[in-house]
Design a protein around this ligand. Structure first.
Ligand code: AMP
Ligand code: GLY
Length: 429
């Protein structure tokens, strides 16, 4: 069968690589893809943008695609799944109504509250006056969030009342996040360690993937501005067996039940961004309606089962009878970015790579392209160098060894991806 992956980042390279390994798959198309997917055996890029729903429908029909898997959230929130359904084409990802779990923070917070799912206590405000009142009443620290999709930039953590008021004014008066910031969620600051908990869902049943954790801050020691993710690893030791059970019972299962009860059964990847409190209680920070990026890269390195079979079972509503096998080893990915990211950065810099890949080491591309056959940078997050190891420390060492074999003038990366897991591991051994 033919599979179409929608998107052009590191997650989509990981999905395409994984799909190409499936025995069921004869060819993988990626729209629009990147240099990494272009170079991948069994994979072909097609120049259709990931938000061009009409173009994607046309492509899937023209190429007789049997299954489309959508990587990024924007086309899902815009209704790509609904459009494929209406045209009788198989598409894995939530409907627009279900994708509100990422598309609207206020919807999600109200949903969590009504389902009794643990999350930070919150208020929703639409005017600066309301914002001031909530800040005065709640006190600091607190977190100010734009309601809609703001490309990961709509969240401000405020340690004092002035910066909280500033964040409210910038969103509501200056429209810093455009329409996405016309409504704000102001919520309690949560203490603990973050984890990413990602499931495949068929509307009724959730099949959890292996656990993972990413590093959002740009600089070592988790300092500096938030990014899309500077690295990730799997498993995440903070998610112990007991925490795992609590997440399924307190967060994931009630989410699926609540969405089904609202007439919007959730089918697709569901990513719960969680804070695990020092007492081991999970609290929802956010939902994403997709696989994480860069969590997907270490996850696919550990996946031994067939992802395409899993997506087909989910579309059939048969995940209750499906299992996925995972490599026991640890996987860790280091994201190499362009100097300046998450602010502005140069594009078109020539990338050199010498023997960067080996057994159990894979370089997933994100912002790359080929210019007259030469590999160049084409984005903020450029590559994710991912390795497997018997321990988290050995996976980390192998990923960094490989990153050292890659260079371009503005190449930058954090040197401490996985530091929490490595510290826990050495504490145990
Ligand atoms: P979000 O876009 O909602 O995932 O927020 C981005 C990041 O901000 C999260 O990954 C957390 O690191 C941080 N964050 C968001 N909400 C909270 C909160 N209530 N308490 C502490 N940190 C938060
Ligand atoms: N790694 C965070 C995200 O995919 O949003």
């Amino acid at each position: 069968m033919k599979v179409l992956i929608v998107g052009g980042g590191g997650r989509e390279h990981a999905l395409a690589w994984c799909a190409a390994k499936s025995k069921r798959v004869s060819e993988v198309l990626v729209a629009p893809g990147n240099a990494g997917t272009h170079l991948e055996p069994g994979v072909r890029n097609v120049q259709v943008r990931d938000d061009d729903i009409a173009g994607l429908l046309d492509l899937a029909a023209r190429e007789a695609v049997n299954l489309t898997i959508v990587g990024p959230e924007a086309p899902l929130v815009a209704g790509v799944r609904d459009a494929f359904d209406a045209n009788g084409l198989a598409c894995f990802g939530p409907s627009a109504q279900a994708a509100a779990l990422e598309g609207s923070k206020s919807f999600t917070k109200e949903f969590l509250r009504s389902q009794g799912i643990p999350t930070a206590d919150f208020s929703i405000v639409e005017t600066v006056e309301e914002g001031r009142a909530v800040i005065a009443q709640r006190g600091v620290p607190l977190v100010v969030k734009a309601d809609g999709l703001a490309a990961g930039k709509g969240v401000t953590i405020c340690g004092d009342e002035d910066s909280a008021e500033q964040a409210v004014i910038e969103a509501l008066q200056d429209l810093k996040f455009g329409e996405a910031g016309r409504q704000l969620v102001i919520e309690e600051f949560l203490d603990g360690e973050e984890a990413s908990f990602i499931c495949l869902c068929d509307g009724q049943t959730a099949l959890p993937l292996a656990t993972s954790q990413d590093h959002k801050a740009r600089f070592d020691g988790d300092q500096g501005p938030n990014t899309g993710g500077m690295g990730a690893y799997s498993p995440a030791p903070v998610v112990t067996r007991a925490v795992h059970d609590r997440i399924m019972h307190e967060v994931i299962n009630p989410t699926l039940a609540g969405m089904a009860a609202r007439g919007a059964p959730y089918q697709g990847f569901l990513y719960a961004g969680l804070m695990i409190t020092p007492q081991g209680a999970p609290k929802v920070i956010e939902f994403n309606v997709r696989l994480g990026d860069p969590e997907a890269q270490p996850l696919v390195m550990r996946l031994q089962g067939d992802l395409i079979e899993a997506c087909l079972a989910a579309l059939d509503g048969k995940l209750d009878r499906f299992t996925l096998a995972w490599d026991e080893r640890h996987a860790l990915g280091v994201v190499m970015v362009s100097d300046g990211y998450p602010g502005s950065y140069a594009k078109g810099e020539r990338i050199t790579m010498q023997d960067a890949e080996a057994q159990d080491v894979k370089v997933f591309h994100a912002g790359t392209s080929l210019k007259q056959g030469v590999l160049v940078t084409n984005g903020g997050r450029v590559l994710c160098v991912t390795a497997l190891g018997d321990t988290i420390a050995s996976a980390q060492a192998r990923a960094y060894e490989s990153a050292q074999r890659i260079d371009w003038p503005g190449a930058r990366y954090r040197m401490d991806i996985g530091h929490r897991a490595v510290a826990r591991d050495s504490a145990i051994n």
